[in-house]
Design a protein around this ligand. Structure first.
Ligand code: XIL
Length: 316
């Protein structure tokens, strides 16, 4: 069957890719599939470029694990998406409980984003600079950044990233912004306001952690309202989970759901690529985060393709 990155390219898209993570790279059959550049034209580090991994103590930067993923992408001839600079989760405790004032945290955010993006300058296609800034009702998430800096953490991070690597595309990434609704409207308003202020913003990352049988009916309308802002969009963390055990019927519905998501990206010109949040159920984050759910990826835990794989090919 058609390899997925080849199918994406034939549909005019830039890449089809996968997240991966350092511990999985000892699994040679896993790495062999991940490294097929006709299958995956892009990779994203699932954890090793996050704040807790890259600046565990203030001013102490550790890039060894992130570099492994960047080097793998380079040696496979794959694009790299950086992930992520500013997120409420997986923060080292010196940030999450730091008690910093606005001026100090501003300096900390600018230094963190500038140093991390600068370290990978020239190596990434794009970067999730801001991750998950909104609550589902479209209000700002109450985290250390918003509570200390207000909305200014967004331009501070984006400006530092642009200065550190003028070429990488700067994204804001979130979940539950697949269809229209309050959270998607908040994203539209944020991007409009950044553009009006001259703050660099190149893309919106739509995570797409979806549930079998529950793909929003307004995907296309929403994707189009995003690209109408003059930014590109990408599906950055696609998986479609089910309540276990998987059945033939659930796997068939999952195939249809993957096809719906991919075909929507195909139809919207500014949707430039798709990344699955790991390609195999063997390494999916879903079962540990959503107990009782899983089987969300296009390959099963034995590295065998599922009907979802064919749904992706059909969607392109
Ligand atoms: C997940 C990783 O896959 C897990 O290994 C980790 O334990 C938790 O984070 N949204 C994101 C990703 O933006 O960074 C998350 O990744 C999944 C949800």
């Amino acid at each position: 069957t058609t390899p997925l990155h080849s199918a994406a390219r034939a549909a005019g898209k830039l890449y089809f890719g996968s997240a991966t993570d350092n511990p999985e790279l000892t699994d040679q059959p896993y790495v062999a599939i991940l490294s097929q550049s006709s299958m995956f034209g892009q990779i994203t580090p699932g954890n090793s470029m996050k704040w807790d991994a890259t600046e565990p103590e203030r001013g102490v930067f550790t890039f060894a694990a992130g570099d492994v993923i960047a080097d793998l992408a380079a040696s496979n001839g794959q694009l790299l998406r950086g992930h992520n600079c500013v997120w409420y989760n997986q923060l080292p405790s010196w940030v999450s409980s730091g008690g910093f004032d606005n001026a100090t945290l501003t300096e900390i955010v600018a230094t963190h984003c500038g140093t991390v993006v600068g370290h990978y300058a020239g190596q990434t296609y794009s970067w999730d600079i801001i991750n998950e800034p909104f609550n589902d009702d479209g209000t700002w998430r109450s985290d250390v950044f918003y509570n200390t800096m207000g909305e200014s953490f967004v331009p501070v991070a984006l400006n530092a990233a642009r200065a550190a690597d003028p070429k990488t595309k700067l994204y804001i990434n979130d979940y539950n912004i697949e269809g229209t609704g309050a959270k998607s409207t908040a994203m539209v308003n944020l991007v409009k306001s950044l553009k009006a202020q001259g703050v660099p913003i190149d893309g919106i990352g739509i995570q797409c952690h979806l549930i079998v049988g529950e793909v929003p009916s307004t995907l296309k309308e929403n994707f189009e309202q995003f690209t109408a802002l003059g930014v590109e969009i990408a599906i950055t963390e696609l998986d479609i989970r089910m309540t276990l055990p998987s059945t033939t019927a659930l796997l068939a519905q999952q195939q249809a759901d993957y096809e719906t998501v991919i075909s929507t990206c195909t139809e919207v010109e500014g949707c430039i690529g798709v990344t699955v949040w790991d390609y195999t159920d063997k390494y999916s984050w879903i079962p540990s985060t959503f107990p009782g759910q899983g089987a969300a990826c296009p390959w099963d835990a034995n590295l065998v393709t599922k009907p979802a794989y064919d749904g992706i090919v059909q969607g392109f």
